[in-house]
Structure formats: structure tokens, C-alpha cells
Ligand binder design. Sequence first.
Ligand code: ADP
Length: 490
Amino acid sequence: MFNSVRGRLTLWYVGILTLLLLTFSAGVYTVLRRNFMERVDGVLRSVSDVTISSLERELSETGMDELAARDTVKALHAPDHTFAIFDETGDLLAERPMGGQTLISQADLRSVKAGESRVFTVPTGDGGEVRRVVVNRVALAPMQRQYLVVIGRSLTPLLGELAADRGVLFVAVPMAALLAGIAGWFLARKSLEPVLIMSAQAHRIGVENLDERIAVRNSRDELGQLAATFNNLLSRLASAFQLQRRFMADASHELRTPISVIRTTAAVTLSRDHRSEPEYRNAMGIVDAQARRLTRIVEDMLRLARADSGHASLRQKHFHLDEALLEAVQAAVVLASEKEIRIAVEDVAEAPFYGDEDLLRQMMMNLLDNAVKYTQARGEVRVALTVNDAYYTIRVADNGPGIPLEAQPHIFERFYRAARLDPEDGQNRLGPSAVRGAGSGLGLAIARGIAEIHGGTLRLERSGASGSLFVTALPRASSVTASKDEPIPA
Ligand code: ADP
């Protein structure tokens, strides 16, 4: 019971309700009792007033205490009440009913001062009976002597009534709690029903049917919001899975081409018993080129996996971005010289940085490599590193043919290549003829991943007939503390 929300809700409900009912009943009972007592006392006082005026009248007529007192109590008619009149010393003058029922102790009598009226609750010791007694000490004409007028009434019938009321409450409160418990149990089931339905629906959703969603009954209530949040999570998971699947498909496709070239070359070469040395050399050359291509793809995939796996895989240290950039430029100069491309370094500010030097150098290398690769012979590549309050900005511009407009939104996707190259001879089939060698289509995806893991961004600022410009911004504060959600200026 304690392990189910339904059970706990019901217990809380019953507990709180019982507490409220008990407090309420105790309050009602107290008020009821006080009202009863006030009513009894009121009647006692009025009977007492009548008795006193009657005694005064008798005294003025007879002048004798005992006679006046006896006539007074005899003449009075108040059923259920007892009367007694004492003189000022506490001696009984008259009483009704007779039989020496002293309604009150001498000590209590003496405690009442002249002109005072007091009420006592007196146990008679007679079968547990309790009486309510009012005592008045009055000085009456003609002699102005003091008399004690005592009027009593049994509380037993009244207490019996109160006991009956108490009994009703003793039964009603547990009954109400029990009924509330049963109602609460059903109410809890009713309100938790949607949760159970949602849970059953969520249970059925797996990798194979990630496109299914939980039904949202009312999108404005809390459960509707929970379902919507869950559906959102499912959508994000679904697109992550889809991305993963596409990546796997693309990766196997990319790996299959060089492998099949190697296999075909080997099969063709081995299909004849004797081949000349140049034939073997040619075959080995093709195998070597394809093996290198395979190595490059696998290395790129590993880098991408590192950039994807978050900060944990970063090997961070303090280094200078400007020095890393100049080293990357030096490496690119070797590639550029083959095509007589000039690399111009403009504006390299001093840029101390805390991050993964190898990865960031790779990022710069990928940008420079692309700029050289896709720019025609005797072209120009310009590099700059500037700094402002919050960011280092690295710009890599070329005057190549640019990226086709329809390709621009896709160039950061994994395995996307706007200009496909012939894997065998490295010649471009679709794009510019000056392209140097086949890429894996992962270069920009890796570069962006590296920028983002350092809290920065990488984007294509512009691309057209006059060339392309890639801009990356890296936060100057430690990349670990920088948030990816912060907007980063160009
Ligand atoms: P690849 O291995 O094909 O170079 P990238 O991810 O580095 O893969 O680039 C994706 C595509 O973007 C390339 O195939 C190319 O068509 C285009 N691209 C990237 N950089 C440039 C550039 N500087 N000039 C022209 N096209 C570019």
C-alpha cells in the first residue's frame, strides 16, 4: 500500500480528513456543552430571583425567619429544582424536598460574600449524580439580615444528552473517515488512470517504433505537459537514432568503395598466372592508394567520435592559438605549393587559449586543406586571427569557385560532399577540376564538432563566385565553462 501512489494518496486524504473531523467535532461538542450549562444556569438564576423576592415578601408579612422561609419554599412550584434557605450563620431555615438534603457544603456556603451570586457543580455521591447549584447571599428587609438562598438542579439528564451527542460523534467520525477512504481510493484511481495509460503506452515504445507517441488528452494540464515532454524526448531520440543510422549507412558505403576496389584489383591481377612487374606495380599502387583512403576515413571517423563524446575526451592544456594556426598554415603551404596557391596570413593576434591543441589544429587544418583543395591553381587563400573581448575569431577565405547554393546548407553534414571525386584517380567528376584528392566528406563536420566542444561555432560566412569564407569563433574564457547556448557573435 505504501509503495503505491494510490495507497499513499488515500492514506493522506483519510488522515487529513480524520484530523479535521476530530477537531471540528471537539469544537462542536465544547460549544454544545457550554450552551447547555449557560441555559441551566440561566434558569437557576431566574428561579433564585423569584425565591428571593418571595422570601422578602414573606419576611415583611410575618417578620419571622423560619416561618417566612418555610412558606416561601412551600409556595414555589419549579419541578426538577431543589430549594434551601439558610440564615447568615449557615443554619438551615427551610428546604424542599425535605429530608435534609444539604445541597452544598458549609465551606462553599461561607465562601459566598454578601450580595454575591455563585454557581457550583456538586457531586452528590448518589449514584454518580451531579448537581448544579446557585447560591445567593442577600440582605433582606425589614431587618436587613443576611440569608443564603440555594437553588439546585440535577445535571444528570443534561449530561446524558451530551453523552448521547458524544456517542453520535464517536460513530460518525470513523464512518466519515471510512467513507472518505473508499471515495479517496476511487478518486486516486481515477486521477492516476491517465498515468497508468501513459506508462503502458511508453512501455510499448521501443527502438523499432520510436515514431509512436503518447496520446495527449489535455495539453494544458500537468499530465498533458508530462506527456508532451515525453513525446519531445522521443522525437529527439528518434532524430538522434535516425542520424546514427544514416551515419552507419554512409560510413559503410564510404568504406565499401575502397574495399571493393582493392578486391577487384586483387582478383583481376590474380586471374592470370603470370603478369609483368609493371602490372603488379600498378595493382599494388591502386591497393596502396585505396588503403590510404581507408585509413583516412577511419581516422576521420575516430576524430569525429572524439569530438562527439564531449569534454571527457578532451586533452586540454594552455597553448597559443596563433602559434597553432601558423603551424597549420606551414603544413598547408606544402600542399598549396603543388598548385601554386598563395597563402596570405593577415592579422594574427596573440591568442593564449585553454583547450585541446591537437583537435583545434585539426580544425584549422581541415579548413585550410579545403581552401587549398577546392581552389583552382594559382589561387589565393587568406588567413586571419582576430580577438575581441570575449572571442577569438579565425577566418579562412579562398578565391575558389565557391560552394553551389543548394549544397551550402549540407556541407557540415557527415559524409556530404558537394564535389564528388573519383576514389581511384582522385579526379573530380562533378565539381572543379583542380580538386586535389578525394575527401571523406567528414572534414567540416569534424571541424564544427571541435569548435562546438570548445564552446565555439564554425560557419560558412559567405560563398560565391569570388570564393568562400569560413569563420570560427572560440570563447576566450575556458571552453569548458562556456555554454553552447550562448549566442556567439561573428
Ligand atoms: P571533403 O572531405 O569532401 O572535403 P568536407 O566536409 O571537408 O568534406 O567538405 C564538404 C564539402 O564542402 C566538400 O565536398 C566541398 O564540396 C565543400 N567545400 C568545403 N570547403 C570548401 C571550399 N573552401 N571551397 C569550396 N567548396 C568547399
